[in-house]
Design a protein around this ligand. Sequence first.
Ligand SMILES: [Zn+2]
Length: 189
Amino acid sequence: MTNEKRNNELIYSFKCPSCQEGIIDIVKSIYDLPDGDKMLILKFECNRCNFHKNDVIPLSTNMEPGIMTLQILDENDLKSKIYRSPAGKLEIPELELIVEPGPRADFYYTNVQGILFRFENAVSIYRNNLEENDPESSEIDALMFNLRQAIDGKFKFTLKITDLQGGSYIIPLDKSKYSFKKIEKKDLE
Ligand SMILES: [Zn+2]
């Protein structure tokens, strides 16, 4: 590899979800490839423990403030990559599931299925804490059922990320199911 490193830009820092003590810096670098293409590399590194991750994404990926939407219609769409930055709000409207912006443990760097697993885990903890005969139980059971169907690729839904800072991204396996609506800076003021 003879990639020439062009720049290193610190885009976000947050508390490490692994050791709970260190600070993870997300560093963005742009590499020029020999064939003229450009790649963006995101590095996540904790300054205390061994937690680290790298992600290589095509530079054509949108990093601007906006609303990105992905239609999940079959099993294959579940493999699309998702990164919700701490500034991003993640929603599945059909299941009324929302992750509000925040840097803590809700650090989502995974694929669509990984997000469904995290929701399933959270909902099942909630379910287990309900009293027997709680009227909410049947509603939660229905949600659990739909989540399981979604994980198996049998429930069609929309995954939406609203990011007013521009750091989140979706890399769709099938581009025709993805849409991006840019939010102009002037609309934010
Ligand atoms: Zn750590």
